[in-house]
Design a protein around this ligand. Sequence first.
Ligand SMILES: N[C@@H](Cc1c[nH]c[nH+]1)C(=O)O
Length: 374
Amino acid sequence: MFLPAGSQDETGVQISNRLRASEIFRQVTKKRNFQQISTPVVEYAQTFTNEVAGMDLHSMLKWFNGEGEIEVLRPDWTAAIARAIAGQHPSKQKWSYQGSVFRFDKEDTESRQAGIEIVHADRFFGEAESLLTAVAYFKHLNIEDYVIELGHTGIFDALIAPFTFSKQEEEELLKAMHDKRSDLVEEIVVKAGNAELAKPLMALIDAYGTRDIIEQYRRRWSDRDDLTEILTHIDKLIDLLEASGVTEVIVDLGRVKNLPYYDGIMFRGFLTNDGSTCFSGGRYDRLYKQFELTTSAVGLAFDVDVLATHMAAEKEPEKICIIASPETHAIAEEFRMEMEEQVVDIQYELKNQTSYHTIYQVVVENSQYKVVEK
Ligand SMILES: N[C@@H](Cc1c[nH]c[nH+]1)C(=O)O
């Protein structure tokens, strides 16, 4: 039997690492006073595709229900949580969650996320707490080789604001910026009759690196208060991260949103050894407008599958086997219960001696059962 493309079984170290990553996430977020939330895996498509959330129905796993409504497997936690907590008292600000999201536009259809959302809180506070929670989580996972990247939706938006693009052109432009395709960016803006935008946008594609890039662009944009304000904002977050011991922070001024609801700062975490993205997030105040709420909302989600592949495997515990029989199984079980640290297997017949460190057997001595080393 085969599996559909994008689905896969999981075994061994990958599962135990993933479960460990989940448990550590639970502990780290509990300690930081996040409240856990879970939403159903089946939702109306509308929660994700409405005008504000803006996600693409094509990439979702979907079907019609009996009433002719489209239902989907949760493609995103952030929009689902916004739906779930929109009616909650504003004093409830910090939420954490864990579970799968399903999308066709990724290599794996199912990916397991562990994330946080901070709503109704001071804006800088929400961003700072999101990032510092990520830092604390890395620390508890013993992952040291990571880079945090900061970007902002406002830069691209401000640069293209004076120009006219059709919805489709804008989408193409976003994609070309996202893929850092200078050639396409030039082609799209020229074709749309906005050739003067080509140079600044193409420069923006290369505007990434260490925080020096901020100083460079502060000079370049000295006459633009809106853009300078964004640079100062990013600078403040880098100060916070550096003061908290994070040395690898990069800025990508040309980054565009990877989810339609982002509106403000965007974060990403990369693992240095292979460059894989292990968390992603940002500000999305807009998402609450659909519930007539003007508020602050920011968060991020880790890809637990990616973390699990990069975590060091747990130390193998001592493995023991007790040879028993139907008559002595209960005696073996009693012995097993006393072994707290070890992995204890019981077998009636020893099949693979080499997979155990020590082998015990149940014997009769003076008409009493006893467990002795074999
Ligand atoms: N839902 C986003 C992550 C996120 C959480 N909060 C804000 N953004 C994602 O799947 O990439």
